[in-house]
Ligand binder design. Sequence first.
Ligand code: ZN
Length: 191
Amino acid sequence: MGQENSLDIFLQTNALLEGHFLLTSGKHSNQYFQCAKVLQYPGYAESLCNIIAEHFQLFEIDTVIAPAIGGIVVGQEVARQLNKKSIFAERVDGHLVLRRGFEISEGEKVLVCEDVVTTGGSVFEVIDIVKEYGGEVVGVGMIVDRSNGKVKFGVSQISTLEMEAVTYEPEDCPLCKDGIPVVKPGSREIV
Ligand code: ZN
């Protein structure tokens, strides 16, 4: 399955909407992306995660790790296909940590999975956790790379879809200037 087929799945499931949106950051965009809309269908999750699993098939991997919450479904499905252990890091007081008895051993080879990467912040944080435990990050798998390939993690990385996140400050928004009503995604309400 290639990039075009991935895009079809995102459009079919309304994970990718075109219009005029108010994002949680307060910025405006002509696109709204909600990866969970795709991953709610296990069959689509399986197909997309297969692109990641195939890429890392010949890598030596002990464990797949993901940042909560968005990454968990991806990490779990990739780990299932590779038949590896699956763990996740979650935020406590704003920092990602391992809880629930999850551990990484010295020298453990770890694949990091995430649903959406924009700046890569959560993935970089997870990479730091793996290193703190003495593990080795062997790769990063993403469902969507919204940096369009600009964010580099310094290991083998793959996404099922690359796209540019275009956002505007409300005062500079060309869609506002065109008088198009701005929508808050998920609420259907016009702001
Ligand atoms: Zn606008």
